[in-house]
Design a binder for this molecule. Structure first.
Ligand SMILES: *[C@@H]1O[C@H](CO)[C@@H](O)[C@H](O)[C@H]1NC(C)=O
Ligand SMILES: *[C@@H]1O[C@H](CO)[C@@H](O)[C@H](O)[C@H]1NC(C)=O
Ligand SMILES: *[C@@H]1O[C@H](CO)[C@@H](O)[C@H](O)[C@H]1NC(C)=O
Ligand SMILES: *[C@@H]1O[C@H](CO)[C@@H](O)[C@H](O)[C@H]1NC(C)=O
Ligand SMILES: *[C@@H]1O[C@H](CO)[C@@H](O)[C@H](O)[C@H]1NC(C)=O
Ligand SMILES: *[C@@H]1O[C@H](CO)[C@@H](O)[C@H](O)[C@H]1NC(C)=O
Length: 315
């Protein structure tokens, strides 16, 4: 071949010359991926950042760069969608390559966690759910007087006593506004943005750095959602509200016939159902027109909540 004499020195040089170019050419302008299950696309790559968009199972999007953020289960890499928000790599389909070499780095500034925060104290026993509806999984049972840090609000939650406002806590779960004596100062907080239906099974950050709620170990999961803070009506002459859930306990309040009472949770004493009211005393359920323990309500047990100061419904 006429050219062979000139080729071999060139071939020897090729790897040296081309390597940096090849590595550079491997950085793709975008990688198309899709959500493995419902996930949130966030303003910054951290669990507590507010949401910009929701990707439901199998929704696809183009990722343009990567950033480091909250460690989710086994990795802290988040992908920036063309929508301008961040999704944890854990929630998208497995990728055989390495995002950190195949995509650009989004830059240090993209990793800043910018949150609004507000301290607030619960008035009543309240569940903290991983999304703001009553059918979402329970992440923690928070007793009355629990101090919380709120990070954002939504008006898209399940209405409790007709109030649809819920707040996301710094422990990454949502509480209903009805758990507080008065509305927290919403104005000082960001809106949480759109929130998908999430499940503990897929979003329990077992080995990550933002456990959902670190206060207490998770109790047994409850079937179905629970409704709590229900508004019932007295069906007896007087419904006595007692210091504990037994006939022999001291009377704290007497609710008149046909007045309404708001209930927090259930206690069963020797086969009789009682409820704790928002006055923190216990009424026999048979004193109400409604059956708080019945199928129309899914009330939590008072025993599910850790006791804030050692008082017990049962002695
Ligand atoms: C997602 O896509 C997979 C594979 O095509 C399919 O089996 C599954 O049913 C889809 N899931 C949903 C929720 O659409
Ligand atoms: C990703 O970007 C390409 C090129 O712009 C486009 O054709 C494709 O529809 C995008 N995919 C998604 C899921 O947005
Ligand atoms: C944080 O967000 C607020 C408003 O959302 C903005 O005014 C502020 O500049 C942001 N701070 C940083 C460090 O990004
Ligand atoms: C978390 O860590 C434990 C112990 O190393 C391991 O057995 C478990 O599989 C891990 N969980 C996940 C979801 O990776
Ligand atoms: C409970 O219901 C009664 C009658 O329906 C209503 O007047 C009262 O405002 C309700 N209480 C709360 C706290 O929602
Ligand atoms: C429950 O019932 C048993 C048997 O009737 C009785 O001995 C016991 O004192 C009751 N306990 C309470 C808390 O009422």
């Amino acid at each position: 071949m006429p050219c062979s004499g000139r080729r071999s020195p060139l071939l020897g040089l090729l790897p040296l010359v081309l390597l940096p170019i090849v590595a550079f050419a491997d950085v793709k302008p975008y990688i198309t991926t899709s959500a493995e299950f419902n996930t949130e696309c966030k303003t910054c790559p951290h669990s507590l950042c507010t949401n910009t968009a929701v990707y439901e199972t199998n929704d696809s999007f183009n990722a343009t760069c990567w950033a480091r953020g909250t460690k989710i289960v086994d990795g802290n890499i988040w992908l920036k969608s063309v929508a301008g928000c961040y999704v944890t790599q854990y929630d998208v389909l497995e990728y055989s390559g390495d995002y950190t070499t195949d995509l650009e780095y989004c830059g240090k500034a993209s990793e800043v966690e910018n949150l609004t925060e507000l301290d607030a104290t619960l008035a009543y026993k309240t569940e903290c759910n991983i999304c703001p509806t009553i059918d979402c999984d329970n992440a923690a049972y928070l007793p009355e007087d629990t101090d919380l840090t709120l990070t954002c609000w939504t008006d898209q939650g399940s209405p409790i006593l007709n109030n649809p406002y819920w707040y996301k806590t710094a422990n990454n779960c949502y509480v209903a506004e009805t758990g507080f004596h008065s509305s927290p100062e919403r104005i000082s907080l960001d809106n949480c943005g759109p929130i998908p239906y999430l499940e503990l099974e897929k979003h329990f950050n077992e080995n990550g750095t933002s456990d959902i709620d670190r206060r207490a170990p998770l109790p047994q999961p409850i079937e179905d959602g629970v409704k709590y803070l229900i508004n019932v009506t007295v069906g007896e002459d007087h419904a006595y509200c007692r210091k504990c859930a037994e006939e022999s306990c001291r009377i704290q309040e007497a609710y008149p016939f046909n007045s309404w009472v708001v209930l927090q949770c259930l206690v069963e004493t020797n086969g009789t159902w009682w409820s704790e009211s928002t006055d923190f005393c216990y009424v026999k359920n048979s004193d109400f027109w409604e059956s708080p323990e019945g199928d129309n309500y899914k009330m939590p047990l008072c025993d599910d909540f850790p006791d804030p100061d050692g008082n017990k419904a049962r002695r």
